[in-house]
Design a protein around this ligand. Sequence first.
Ligand code: NI
Length: 182
Amino acid sequence: MSLRTIITPPDPRLRRICAPVERVDASVLALMDDMLETMYDAPGIGLAAIQIAVEKRVIVVDVAKRKDDAASADPICLANPEIVWTSEERSTYEEGCLSVPDFYEDVERPARCRVGYLDRNGKYQEIEADDILATCLQHEIDHLNGILFVDHLSRLKRDRILKKFSKTAKLEHPFPKARAAL
Ligand code: NI
């Protein structure tokens, strides 16, 4: 496993539509392992492959792991994830993103969703999610379609964040990472 660099705006790769994997082979498993290591190190609760500049439809999430407690880890690795159902009921979470560090804004999404995907054995599975896991899965699947959480905000807010961000992208940000980022 190795730590990978997380890309940030205005890197145009964050806007690409990622390609499905043909099968879950050793290279995809190695990618998932690198993504988990990178996500835990950040730390974050979700990561899409494109955030480490790999244009594949692969995401990892773990909403269970507590800081400095490896035993609480409960990762899910998903290849070719697709949302197959969303609830009409909606919920709002304050979202962040490892590719847009230190910015957090309320985003409204369907409160529950069901996602079909290939697991680490290449077997088709469906997971039904609510609460923060539902938000996290939708956020990560957005990444595979070139969508960032700021795209769900008003144009004014989004432009303000991306503009500020592109100016400070190469500087060390002064604020500590306190909250969960996806
Ligand atoms: Ni993100």
